[in-house]
Design a protein around this ligand. Structure first.
Ligand code: ADP
Ligand code: MG
Ligand code: MG
Ligand code: MG
Ligand code: MG
Ligand code: MG
Length: 686
């Protein structure tokens, strides 16, 4: 989450009156930023992860694992601890930072400062993650644990799932049948966001996950835990009037989605063109990594027939009116909008020749007036479409104190719209007047239960991003196929059984093996890139870099139709290769060969890459499969899809023990897994 302003948020009826104002000034702000940074060039690779945690209370007597609602206290404590540790007479940056998140049981942490492209930085990721976790753990209560777990299996189930207990009858923002008001971060922004989405939409959000049908699951499955007859809020009757589907797990509030945890990565690019290229290249990778990191099979006390959170979050913030959703003719609204504001990317953005116009093949409404303002300012068609598409949305939270801003120095109105478009990738312009460059955020992955896994997926994506630039890789497929892949990625066991559209030939025209391109920028100050010319021995890089040159369009090009360029592959084939197509691992390994890495460091990096390889080939399970199997094998499981309080309790203990290396799970983690011991201050009694 971005900065939290203290202020008075407007309720929807009032906030909506400022929608055009926010859009208009948001675009002014973007244009100021554009003028300031469009030619910015030479920013080095900086990058960082975001990890989200749930704080769980283990209640031994009740045999119940509950969500701890002490976020505010915990964050206050952690920020004091971090600032005391940082304030050591040196000017070194903090090692960690902690942030609030939507759920009042959630924490987010990032490294205290972004990583550079150095190999030591790459290798400190896991221990930094572990340090952050230990710092959190050390400052929790004895019976509280910080878990990196995507969806809490009994969030919204009958009985007590928070500490302290609150009744859902008081859910004045969401009007949920299942989640109390107190599940949400108390900062005014969050309850307002929740209420304004519901009000704008004209009903509660409604998500239906197919139930996992086990041997004794009643059919048809009509959920006995829904309070069908409750009559407190006007929306209470929605469930029985069709919002809750038979054979599905029905979820009716923002907290079910935004209360999930994930793993995100942000990369700084050399310049705006490189950022656009990186953004595009990672779009088709998003669903593949979602399938590989799948970690959320259980919802509201039931096993679902899906393994991932994505559609739950998409549905949980779907503020589109019935007109926008195509259920009624357009009258009050301007657009039919095919997708929620939380969904996969709608448009490729790069101006490079490899981005054929045909790849943007879906219906993407955009604001024509905003488009012309951007175009009149000299912004190219693709970027203008991207921004004017984001700006079809209304701002959801408007603070009365910040309605009038200086558009030359603020990006607040721009960010209001930008940061409530939650897509699989986010293209992040620099904040005005800051040293930060153009960035791209990769957002699809589910958080993993151990920091070894979280580090492995982070390192893998960082390396893949460098391979993309170094070898001029081309992953383009039509965006409609990426959308299809998003749906496929979430199905149960997609990492093993799913098939996905993927590009066959990812190398530049005329290449049969990955070949590093020359450097286009000398910002890094390191040695020149590997160039295999005239038999001269290539010089290896000492660090990961950005600023690679792209290939000029060859004069002769075999022009294929987009549908001839891709085929259906399994995740294993996409990751480990198929025929002529080398696989992502082999591309990453080729890139590693261009680096000057110590043997011991290479062993560590290979362990990370190997986790990805083994997940893909099925020799290791996804977290979702492991969690599902744990639940189904539990003595209290009655083969009826129900995740009881006792199963959940034992699962949470197992997850914690797994992370600490006490419980061995060779089906999930490599045989020699042990949590890395961080060498930093503030943990282990130092
Ligand atoms: P948000 O919640 O808006 O996505 P956060 O501030 O929580 O963003 O996290 C952003 C991540 O980007 C952090 O890991 C941080 O270390 C990293 N980061 C910070 N500055 C840069 C930069 N200049 N380039 C790349 N990454 C950065
Ligand atoms: Mg977050
Ligand atoms: Mg964040
Ligand atoms: Mg954020
Ligand atoms: Mg210091
Ligand atoms: Mg983020």
């Amino acid at each position: 989450m971005g900065l939290l302003y203290l202020g008075t948020p407007l309720q929807w009826e009032e906030a909506r009156q400022y929608a055009d104002h926010v859009r208009q000034h948001g675009i002014n702000q973007f244009l100021h930023i554009w003028d300031e940074v469009r030619n910015r060039h030479g920013d080095e690779l900086l990058w960082g992860d975001e990890l989200e945690y749930m704080v769980v209370v283990l209640d031994k007597e009740e045999k119940n694992a509950k969500l701890s609602l002490r976020q505010t206290e915990i964050l206050a404590k952690l920020s004091k601890v971090v600032s005391d540790l940082t304030d050591d007479g040196t000017d070194s940056p903090p090692i960690a930072t902690f942030h609030p998140e939507y759920g009042r049981y959630m924490l987010e942490s990032t490294p205290g400062a972004p990583y550079t492209g150095s190999i030591p930085d790459l290798l400190s990721v896991e221990s930094n993650m572990h340090y952050r976790r230990l710092l959190a753990r050390k400052h929790l209560k004895e019976n509280e644990i910080p878990i990196t777990f995507t969806s809490f299996p009994r969030l919204g189930a009958p009985g007590v799932f928070t500490e302290p207990y609150y009744s859902p009858d008081d859910a004045k923002s969401s009007h949920s049948l299942f989640l109390p008001e107190e599940i949400t971060n108390p900062h005014a922004r969050f309850p307002t966001l929740t209420a304004n989405i519901r009000t704008r939409r004209g009903s509660k959000v409604a998500i239906n996950l197919p139930i996992f049908v086990d041997e004794k699951t009643p059919r048809p499955f009509v959920d006995p835990t829904i309070p069908w007859q409750r009559d407190i809020y006007p929306e209470d009757k929605e469930a029985k009037n069709g919002a809750a589907l038979v054979d599905h797990i029905y979820l009716d509030a923002m907290g079910f989605g935004m209360g999930c945890c994930c793993l995100q990565l942000t990369f700084q690019s050399c310049n705006v063109e490189e950022a656009r290229r990186m953004y595009d290249a990672l779009i088709p990778i998003g669903p593949i990594m979602l399938a590989l990191t799948a970690a959320s099979p259980a919802w509201r006390g039931y096993l679902a027939d899906v393994d991932c959170r994505w559609n739950v979050i998409a549905g949980s913030v779907d503020d589109r009116t019935p007109e926008e959703r195509g259920l009624k003719p357009l009258e009050a609204n301007r657009f039919r909008i095919p997708k929620s504001r939380y969904d996969s990317v709608d448009l490729y953005l790069s101006n490079e020749w490899i981005n054929k116009p045909e790849y943007n093949d879906t219906d993407v409404p955009y604001d024509a007036h905003i488009y012309s303002r951007l175009a009149d300012h000299g912004i190219d068609d693709r970027l203008a479409k991207h921004i004017s598409h984001l700006f079809i949305r209304d701002p959801l939270v408007v603070f009365s104190e910040t309605i009038n801003q200086d558009d030359k120095t603020s990006n607040d109105h721009f960010e209001n719209i930008q940061s409530t478009n939650w897509q699989t990738l986010r293209f992040k312009p620099p904040p005005p007047g800051s040293p930060i460059g153009w960035r791209v955020e990769f957002r699809s992955m589910e958080v993993q239960m151990t920091d070894f896994e979280n580090a492995a997926f982070s390192v893998f994506i960082v390396l893949l991003s460098r391979a993309i630039l170094s070898f001029n890789l081309n992953f383009y497929i039509p965006i409609s196929k990426v959308d299809d892949n998003m749906a496929r990625a979430q199905k149960r066991n997609a990492a093993r059984e799913g098939s996905f559209y993927f590009r066959r030939n990812v190398l530049p025209p005329g290449h049969t093996s990955p070949t590093p391109s020359g450097s286009s920028c000398s910002s890094s100050g390191s040695s020149s890139p590997v160039e295999e010319t005239n038999g001269v021995k290539p010089i290896k890089e000492k660090k990961l870099r950005n600023c690679f040159a792209s290939l000029p369009k060859p004069s002769w090009l075999e022009d294929k139709l987009p549908e001839e360029e891709y085929e259906e592959m399994t995740v294993n084939e996409i990751i480990n290769g198929k025929g002529e197509y080398p696989g992502l691992i082999s591309l990453v390994k080729s890139y590693l060969e261009t680096l000057d890495i110590d043997a011991a460091d290479r062993v560590r990096i290979d362990q990370y890459v190997d986790l990805v390889r083994r997940r893909a080939n099925g020799s290791l399970q996804t977290p979702a499969t492991w969690i599902r199997n744990f639940i189904r094998a539990h003595p209290d499981y009655k083969s009826d899809s129900v995740v009881s309080q006792e199963i959940n309790y034992d699962l949470m203990i197992a997850v914690d023990q797994l992370e600490r290396g006490i419980l061995r799970a060779p089906e999930l983690l490599p045989e020699d897994y042990s949590p890395e011991v961080p060498k930093w201050r503030g943990v282990n009694g130092h």
